[in-house]
Structures are given as structure tokens and as C-alpha cells.
Design a protein around this ligand. Structure first.
Ligand SMILES: Nc1nc2c(ncn2[C@@H]2O[C@H](COP(=O)(O)OP(=O)(O)OP(=O)(O)O)[C@@H](O)[C@H]2O)c(=O)[nH]1
Ligand SMILES: [Mg+2]
Length: 677
């Protein structure tokens, strides 16, 4: 067995698809290690994790849960991550602080595909990971069948570490393939060592051989021993397992039941023996060498009672409450236990702690005695582009400033949430990873900051243009008492090719419109462009001013501006105005078994397929490129996910404006007119 001279605290994340039992497993781990004395449950609303109101109400994890415990004299932190794919940014950033991830998988081969994105992420960032197949109390499948289907989505060899012992269909215990010891489960208690039952012996031999062969692929001496039919000593096997896990060469597989407390000790032992040391993790993450404090901030949270907390993993050195790092003082140091902040005086290498009121510190920063360093080059996940948006307004107008400030705090916690003003539609947009993601943000605004927000589907940024030219003569003349107002112009209005915008050409000769008023005419025509005959901003139009008249007393900038605008208002309806809708270039990524379905999805949404290719770095996935109208993009993610067991995603960018005619255009125009009336 590997020995550790100084056992620095280690940290593991629980990740995996929604409802696989991560929060329940956290509870079981805390119970088994004595960190809690009564096992709560997600369903009863008394688990350590999921303590925030949004999580309790939904019985799902809505933000990472942090907890810590001691197991056989070694300190551990756990981060229970949300399973929802819409909250994966939270999971990805939390993973930047851990030595090892435990993928909690449901025992359902038909759901294997749902694990593809997390396997890929862990491999991309070389985060060592163990697979824990949960809910074995209910499982009727054969573990080897599940592994076969999971191997299809896992980049590294899955190495089974135990085989189940069954009585009838029920899994009642397991045999550990390294020690070759058999254990019988006891509900929520330690398992009991038993004689290896005869009926499992053949399977045990077969699975053990498979495990050894997998390990021998990465070690010549083990391979030699196997070839010579020698039995390798357990310590050699453990050592090889630790090494291969740390190097992300293999994925060890354990199983059990979080609900019944089965397989928890085995999991803890695997973590204890094989979980990499934080010094190895620090190297993987690119923490610069040196002396003194090095900690990385993986998350920022705002709590009403403590203010801002920066959750950081300490890699080297230590931090004390009250320490000054650069120009910020640590005001409060806590270990987190679900919703409970436990005050602590100091944190050492390996610890995961929350630092109070470090206002300028951001997630992804490296902290040293000199303060924050956002450019230390630590490994840090990319923020995914938004795929779903809502237009929002504060329910009470006076909350406008509070709303912006509160959303700023939410964005600091979760950068995959974006707030932006859409200049085309003049709407405030909240953008993110899906409906649940945004609804959660709105609930947090209400629960934490007492800001109620109304939300609607965002408007599409339609525009309009013209198809025909016209010549227009307009005159503005007003006689009111003293001197009046007079302006007279002849303009030609012409369509321009798509994307040309607006141009104004001055062809006045002989001073019929004096020089000093030309700018005013241009100004007036431009003002009109905000809203054309169909009710939308006008683009791709050219206006040529070629003649006019003026009056030496009554003409003015104002009069010429007004007549410029009038000429447009009078002339544009004669130019066959036509609606333009924004078209986006969209790249949809799905496992290739769904490619055909996505073809129909795109054509059903008035899209045009531009082509498809294999998704770079994703075995068995396709990237489909298409053009899709903005109006069809709004809820695309909802349908895409429901077609693809939740794993389909897309990226988009504006491409061009395209004429929209017929029934759909009529609807858009009449909706616009109704909205105005
Ligand atoms: N039978 C059985 N049910 C379990 C087990 N573990 C969890 N569950 C149940 O599965 C449901 C989901 O459990 P959670 O622990 O909330 O799952 P999660 O993975 O944290 O879910 P998210 O946070 O939404 O991703 C709950 O109803 C649990 O009681 C298990 O080992 N066996
Ligand atoms: Mg959970």
C-alpha cells in the first residue's frame, strides 16, 4: 500500500447525471465517516447538501454543496455538484479544486450516453476519476453489461474493482478483486467479511484477470508476472491502481447504494489509497512553483449574513483569519458544511475553505501573500456560450438598480449567466444554459435579494428594407405668427444590397438646398430609419437628395430636418417595404445516432443545412452546420435536449438578414401593430 508521510487534506467531487444519487452519496459518506450522526435525505429535505431554498423546493442540487470530514485520520473535502446539464459551469469550475472526481452513475445502460460530456470534460482536463455505480439496491442489470455500454462513452478503460454477490436478483454484497475478500452488506452499517460464496468464484477469477490485464497495459513488470502466471502481490496492484488513476489512464469502477449505505467504506478506502495528493493536483493545474501561500479560488458566493465568500483550495502554505494578502484582508475563514459555515482559525495545504470579504478576488485567481493573481495561468474552464434567453423587467420599477446589482452578484458566482441589453429590441436579456438555469436565477433574485422579476420570451430583432426605388417631393411649410418654417426637398430612395446599411448622397446643385441645411436633411432621414412603414428599424436604403427649395427667412435646420423625415415617411410606403429576419449560423453537436433527427428538427424550423462533419475530439459525434432564423432559435435547446437524452448542444452567431414574406411576415407585422395600439 502507498504510504503518505504527511497526509494533506484531499478533495473529491461528486459528479454525474441528474438524480444519480450524488447528494445522497455525500450524506452516506458523511454518515460513514462520523461527520454527521443522522442520515438525512434529499426527499425529506434534511440532507447536508441542497440546503438552499431553490434546491429544497426542487429536490435537486442547484449549486455545488461543500462538506468535509475525516476518515481514518485523514481530512477530506467533498464537493457535491449539480447534475443538471444546464448547471455544468458550476461543476466545471468546482472540478478545478479537486484531486479526484467520483462519477456517480445510475445502473441504467440506456442512460449511458448522458455521461459522455462529463467523461470528455474529465479527460480534457486530465482529472483523475472513479466511477461509482449507484442504486445497486434496485439494479437488475449485470454490471458487465453496464460497463460495456459505458465504455462506449468513456475515453479510458473502465476497470472493474469489485464483483457483486447476489441472492436471487438482489445484490447483497461484493468481492473485492484486489484483496479477493468477500463482504456482505448491512443497511447503513459496516459490511461484514464473509467466506467467498462458491457461485461467485468463477466470475471473480474472470473479472480479476480482466482487471490485471488492464493494469498490465500500463506496466511491463505486471505484464511479465501475468505472462509467467505469477500472482502479483496486492501492494503492487494497489500501487499500479493509484498511479494509473493519478495519470488518468484508467477509470476504476466501484458500485453500491448511497441510500442504503452499501459500498461506501470500499469507496472511501479507494479514495484513501488511490486519491492523488494535492501536490500532484497543483502541478496538473499549473500552480507555479515557489514558497509560501498558493491557493486557487474556485467559486465566489454572496451570502446575506457573511457577504462575499471566496471558496479556495490551499495548495501550499497556510492562511489565517485576519491575514492580509496584498491589499485585501481575510475577514472570516470558514469550513463549509452544506449551509453551515464553520468558523476556523487557519487553513493548511490541501484544505478547501471560504475566505470572507475578499471583495476584489475572483474565481480562477491564484492567491499568494502578495494578493490575487488573475494571470497565473491556472487551468480554468471555458465559459459556454448561452443557448437560452429571457427578456426581463423588474416587477417594481424602483427595483431597476437593485436588479442590475443583484444579477451582477449572480454572474460573479456563475459566469455562464449573462445579462445584456439588446439595442435592437431595447430589451434587457438574461441569457444562459436553459430554462431551469434562468428560472433558478430569477428565484435567487427573489429569495436572496428580494427582487421580483417578470420574464417573457425575447422579441426577435426583425428589421425591414425596401425592394423598389421611388422619387419623392416633400414640402414642410408652416406659418405661425412671426416667421414661419419652410423646407422643400426632392429625394430618391433606393434599395441597397444586404448588409450595406444606410447611405445618404448629396447631389444638390446650384444651392437649391443651401449647404448648411444638407446635414439637417440627412439627420431627418436617419431619424426616420428607427421605424419604417412596417414598424421595424430600416436597413439597406440609399437616399439621394437632388433638389429642393428654401426660403431666406423661414428655412432653418429644424425645418429641413422635419422635411427630410417627411420625405421618408411619404416615400417609403411606395418602395415595397419588406420584412427582414435575422438568420444565424448554428452548429449543432450531437452523438451521430441523432444526426437524422436533427436534420428533421432543422427543416421543421425553417432551417437550411449547410453541411456536417465529425465533431473534433468527440468520438461518435457530429457537428451539423445550418442557417436558422432567430425566431426558431429561442427554444431550440429544449427540443434538441429532449431529442438527444439531454446531451445535444449548439453554438450560434449572427449571419445575415433575410427577407420574410407571406403568412409568417403578415403575423409579425400585425403583432407589431397590435402591440403599438
Ligand atoms: N434506490 C435508491 N435510490 C437512491 C439511491 N441514491 C439516491 N437515490 C434516490 O434518487 C433520487 C435522487 O437522489 P439525489 O441524491 O438527489 O441525486 P443527485 O445525483 O444529487 O441529483 P441532482 O442533484 O439533481 O443531480 C432521490 O429520490 C434519492 O432518494 C440509491 O442508492 N438507491
Ligand atoms: Mg444532488
Amino acid at each position: 500500500m502507498t504510504s503518505r508521510s504527511v497526509a494533506a487534506a484531499r478533495c473529491a467531487a461528486l459528479v454525474g447525471p441528474y438524480t444519480s444519487g450524488k447528494t445522497t452519496l455525500l450524506e452516506a459518506l458523511l454518515m460513514q465517516t462520523g461527520a454527521i450522526h443522522r442520515k438525512g435525505s434529499v426527499v425529506d429535505g434534511n440532507s447536508v447538501g441542497d440546503s438552499v431554498p431553490e434546491a429544497r423546493a426542487r429536490q435537486m442540487t442547484t449549486e455545488p454543496n461543500f462538506a468535509h470530514c475525516e476518515y481514518l485520520g485523514e481530512r477530506w473535502s467533498f464537493i457535491d455538484c449539480p447534475g443538471s446539464i444546464e448547471l455544468s459551469q458550476d461543476t466545471h469550475t468546482a472540478l478545478m479544486g479537486v484531486d479526484v472526481a467520483i462519477i456517480v452513475a445510475p445502473p441504467e445502460p440506456e442512460r449511458s450516453l448522458i455521461l459522455a460530456p462529463i467523461f470528455k470534460y474529465l479527460d480534457d482536463y486530465q482529472i483523475p476519476h472513479i466511477l461509482f455505480v449507484n442504486k445497486m439496491d434496485k439494479a437488475t442489470i449485470r454490471v458487465r453489461d453496464l460497463l460495456e455500454s459505458l465504455q462506449g462513452v468513456c475515453g479510458k478503460p473502465l476497470v472493474l474493482r469489485q464483483v457483486p454477490i447476489r441472492d436471487d436478483e438482489q445484490v447483497t454484497g461484493f468481492v473485492d478483486l484486489v484483496s479477493e475478500r468477500a463482504w456482505r452488506y448491512n443497511i447503513n452499517k459496516q459490511s461484514e467479511l464473509i467466506e467467498m460464496p462458491d457461485q461467485v468464484k468463477d466470475r471473480e477469477q474472470e473479472a480479476r484477470q480482466e482487471m490485471l490485464e488492464s493494469l498490465a497495459d500500463f506496466d511491463d513488470s505486471l505484464l511479465e508476472q501475468l505472462l509467467e502466471d505469477k500472482v502479483p502481490p496486492p501492494d503492487d496492484i494497489y500501487e499500479q491502481l493509484s498511479k494509473d488513476l493519478a495519470d488518468d489512464l484508467i477509470v476504476p469502477v466501484l458500485f453500491g447504494s448511497a441510500e442504503q449505505g452499501h459500498g461506501i467504506t470500499r469507496l472511501l478506502k479507494a479514495l484513501r489509497h488511490e486519491g492523488p495528493d494535492p501536490s500532484v493536483t497543483a502541478q496538473r493545474l499549473g500552480v507555479p512553483d515557489g514558497d509560501g501561500l498558493a491557493a486557487s479560488v474556485i467559486r465566489s458566493v454572496h451570502q446575506s449574513h457573511t457577504g462575499k465568500l471566496s471558496i479556495a483550495r490551499v495548495w501550499r502554505g497556510g492562511i489565517k483569519d485576519g491575514d492580509t494578502l496584498g491589499d485585501e484582508r481575510v475577514s472570516g475563514l470558514y469550513r463549509l458544511m452544506g449551509g453551515d459555515n464553520q468558523k476556523t482559525e487557519q487553513a493548511e495545504a490541501g484544505d478547501l475553505v471560504a475566505l470572507g470579504r475578499m471583495d476584489s478576488v475572483a474565481s480562477g485567481d491564484l492567491l499568494t501573500e502578495e494578493g490575487r493573481n488573475p494571470d497565473a495561468g491556472l487551468l480554468w474552464p471555458e465559459t459556454p456560450g448561452p443557448v437560452f434567453s429571457l427578456a426581463i423587467t423588474p416587477h417594481n420599477r424602483q427595483d431597476e438598480v437593485k436588479l442590475t446589482a443583484s444579477i451582477g452578484k449572480l454572474v460573479e458566482e456563475d459566469p455562464s449567466l449573462i445579462m445584456e441589453h439588446n439595442g435592437d429590441t431595447n430589451q434587457m436579456l438574461l441569457r444562459g444554459q436553459g430554462e431551469i438555469h434562468l428560472k433558478l436565477a430569477l428565484e435567487r433574485l427573489k429569495n436572496r435579494y428580494n427582487v421580483e422579476v417578470d420574464s417573457t420570451r425575447p422579441q426577435t430583432a426583425y428589421k425591414e428594407t425596401i425592394r423598389k426605388s421611388t422619387k419623392q417631393h416633400s414640402r414642410f411649410k408652416r406659418q405661425t405668427g412671426g416667421h414661419g418654417q419652410f423646407g422643400d426637398v426632392h429625394v430618391e430612395i433606393r434599395p441597397l444590397p444586404r448588409g450595406q446599411g444606410f447611405e445618404f448622397i448629396d447631389k444638390v446643385v446650384g444651392g437649391s438646398v443651401p449647404r448648411q441645411y444638407i446635414g439637417a436633411v440627412e439627420h431627418g432621414t436617419k431619424e426616420y430609419l428607427d421605424r419604417g412603414p412596417l414598424g421595424f428599424p430600416v436597413v439597406d436604403v440609399s437616399v439621394t437628395l437632388y433638389d429642393g427649395q428654401h426660403h431666406s427667412v423661414d428655412s432653418s435646420d429644424q425645418a429641413f430636418k422635419t422635411v427630410g423625415r417627411m420625405a421618408m415617411a411619404e416615400g417609403m410606403p411606395n418602395c415595397e417595404p419588406v420584412l427582414l429576419e435575422p438568420i444565424y449560423e448554428v452548429t449543432i453537436s450531437v452523438p451521430n445516432e441523432f444526426t437524422n433527427k436533427v436534420h428533421s428538427l432543422v427543416s421543421g424550423r425553417r432551417g437550411q443545412i449547410l453541411g456536417f462533419e465529425m465533431r473534433a475530439g468527440w468520438k461518435g459525434w457530429d457537428d451539423l452546420k445550418c442557417h436558422l432564423p432567430e425566431a426558431e432559435l429561442q427554444d431550440l435547446i429544449i427540443e434538441l435536449r429532449s431529442l438527444t437524452v439531454g446531451v445535444g448542444s449548439f453554438e450560434w452567431r449572427f449571419d445575415h438578414l433575410q427577407e420574410l414574406t407571406g403568412r409568417l411576415a403578415d403575423q409579425v407585422i400585425s403583432q407589431r401593430q397590435t402591440a403599438d395600439s
